[in-house]
Design a protein around this ligand. Structure first.
Ligand SMILES: Nc1ncnc2c1ncn2[C@@H]1O[C@H](COP(=O)(O)OP(=O)(O)OP(=O)(O)O)[C@@H](O)[C@H]1O
Ligand SMILES: [Mg+2]
Length: 237
């Protein structure tokens, strides 16, 4: 198997007749943390949706673990190990935290492994252990992000994609989430694709990535040099 776990090749998408992504190329190496930066409206979430299969590719390819998944339905991409974590998706709001975690373990058959991974989650996010019987929909945004990331640990996730995990969270919770992401990456060598506007937080776990602007990749490489640049500050519509 190649060292590249996810490859986006010359990908173009549109909303109706309006082009959005235009010829996007990106490679995520196994075990790396790859960041995607860019201003509001650049197409970052569209890229995540295209990788997950929620937005159709007009042109180009998405290769995941050496398989062309461009036309594979979302649920199959998910069960093959692509996990997108965001407070808005990935949790069942009417179910309890515990049911979310147990039901979310869709590719773990061994009960002992499941219990072991649940313990790992509770160790990392003790707050979830205290809220096992609470409905996920009543959790705070930060708690929901943690729950969503926890599902990635419970399953055999091969790539964890986070779409702006810091959005709307108190700084102290952002710290906690990023500390946990770093631990996940260090201890499990989990591959992470991180979409962020908070460049400082992104740089705290990775300094390699891409900048997307108006649906095109305008920069690839060391992202620490972008810290003071205007690229991320100006919305381009
Ligand atoms: N379902 C949709 N129908 C039409 N236009 C859409 C749709 N979803 C997104 N867009 C438009 O596509 C553009 C890119 O949106 P996208 O959500 O990918 O941006 P983003 O980079 O994630 O921005 P943000 O940083 O604000 O989350 C925006 O101009 C947005 O209004
Ligand atoms: Mg977005």
């Amino acid at each position: 198997m190649s060292n590249i776990i996810l490859q986006v090749e010359n990908l173009s998408t549109s909303y109706g007749r309006i082009p959005m992504l235009m010829g996007v190329n990106m490679s995520v190496h196994k075990g790396s943390v790859c960041t995607v930066l860019g201003p509001n409206g650049a197409g970052k979430s569209t890229l995540v949706k295209a990788i997950l299969g929620l937005v159709r590719a007009d042109k180009g390819k998405i290769i995941f673990m050496d398989q062309d998944v461009t036309h594979v339905p979302s649920h199959k991409r998910i069960s093959s190990g692509i996990h997108v974590a965001s407070p808005a998706t990935g949790t069942f709001p009417k179910m309890t935290v515990e049911t979310n975690l147990r039901l979310g373990a869709y590719n773990v058959d061994d009960k002992n492994i499941l219990e072991q991974r649940l313990e790992e989650v509770f160790h990392s996010f003790p707050i979830l252990k205290n809220r096992l019987q609470q409905k996920a929909g009543t959790l705070s945004g930060g708690e929901r992000t943690m729950l969503s990331i926890s599902k990635a640990i419970i399953n055999d996730t091969k790539i964890l994609i986070l779409d702006e995990p810091s959005l709307g969270l108190a700084p102290i919770i952002v710290e906690e989430v990023f500390r946990f992401l770093k631990k996940l990456h260090d201890e499990r060598e989990l591959t992470i694709m991180l979409v962020e506007q908070n460049i400082n937080k992104a740089l705290s776990i990775s300094n390699f990535g891409y900048v997307l602007q108006k649906g095109q990749i305008i920069y690839e490489g060391d992202t620490s040099v972008l810290q003071d640049s205007d690229i991320l500050k100006n919305p381009v519509m």
